[in-house]
Design a protein around this ligand. Sequence first.
Ligand code: SF4
Ligand code: SF4
Length: 442
Amino acid sequence: MRYCFVALANEDNRYRVRAGQACPNFKAIKAFFALISQIRTIGQFGRMFKMPDGVQANNHLPNKLPEIFESFGEARRDGFLAMKAIKDKGIGVVGTFCTYTPYEVFTAAGLVPVGLCSTSDETIAEAEKTLPRNLCPLIKASYGFAVADKCPYMYFSDLVVGENTCDGKKKMYELLGRIKDVYVMDLPQTQYKDSAKLLWKEEIEALKEKVEARFGVTVTPEDLVRAIKERNRERVLLKELYELSKATPPPMTGLQQLRILFGSQFKFDHEAKLAELRETIDKIKENYAQGQRPVPATAKRIAITGCPMGGATEKVVQAIEESGGVVVAYENCTGAKQFDRQVSENGNPIEALAEYYLNIGCAVMTPNKNRLELLGRLCREFKADGVVEMVLQACQPYSVETHTIREFLDGISVPFLSLETDYSSGDVGQLKTRAAAFIEML
Ligand code: SF4
Ligand code: SF4
């Protein structure tokens, strides 16, 4: 069945329902469509992941992804086929919402984790029937896709795991719990108290017990160590990939880098993903060594910080890269925040996971010194000419922290621009104007 769907894809990067006509497995395809009955056409599914109207191709930098980037660029859209195959094999799926989620607990249990944070505004109107309008679009969109039953990853998730991070998310989980099996971890609000470390360790232990009971499995310390080593190998490769952009000029655009970082979350065959990442890194290096320069040497080097990115918010990267800039580093949850460090492979694995995950530098923590440390280091190592922050509308943790980030960057003489946006296309022109003015003054 998997191969039948290959033929459905890629006519001007849109899905077309046509391959099944001559396909011997058409009955299987129809059964699949019946299963995901709310996704009535492949076209509808494809729209979930396309750029918002009004977002134009990047004129300044090459926007057409070479083949090597294509597979990651389409990974989220294509991953639902792999997800269906996973379910057919009887493997459990866990939906997640946050970088604090200890991913290794699921893979140690033989489960497949998948990120559920939505990046499209398609179902926000549906969400606003229940949720307030002045709520972060990430929360509204994620909930909207769940209630509208339009997200195959949500559909296939046997268990959804969230954390008490920001207020909007934790209250949304209560409502989500009415339609899905939701388990919420109690994330400490600070990283600097022994009690916080103990609480997070206990929460990871409790998550392991929940997973064991829910899926009828036993997770041993050896399973956890194996899962930690597997995930570390992926972290190392993704870090190697984004660190290629330390070069001047970088060997890829920021949009290309973002699509690999974002898309890699939706490739579920771990070993195949690592092999593909290795191949991608080697190919980029080879192209660069042969003199290919996709980015002009004069492009202003920008580091991104703030809320998670992907899908509709690519418009921010495009605004920068159409204005004479190039994004070289992502400090946010789509980038370095996830892959900069590794979990210790020695000692008690639950303690190692607790230590690693608790130290993620998100604005929900107070104080949040780790964000400043990572951002400052990225600015130095990637020779950033400026930092652009993307804050999603109504995100209190990040919008309040903007002042601290501005002060910090002033202190190290790095120019700073904060952009507030949502998942719509209504502000594309305004983003472009502000990005252009910022880059002009660098
Ligand atoms: S920004 Fe913070 S709350 Fe949001 S996904 Fe990242 S770690 Fe979680
Ligand atoms: S972007 Fe901000 S408001 Fe939205 S889920 Fe993340 S921390 Fe919460």
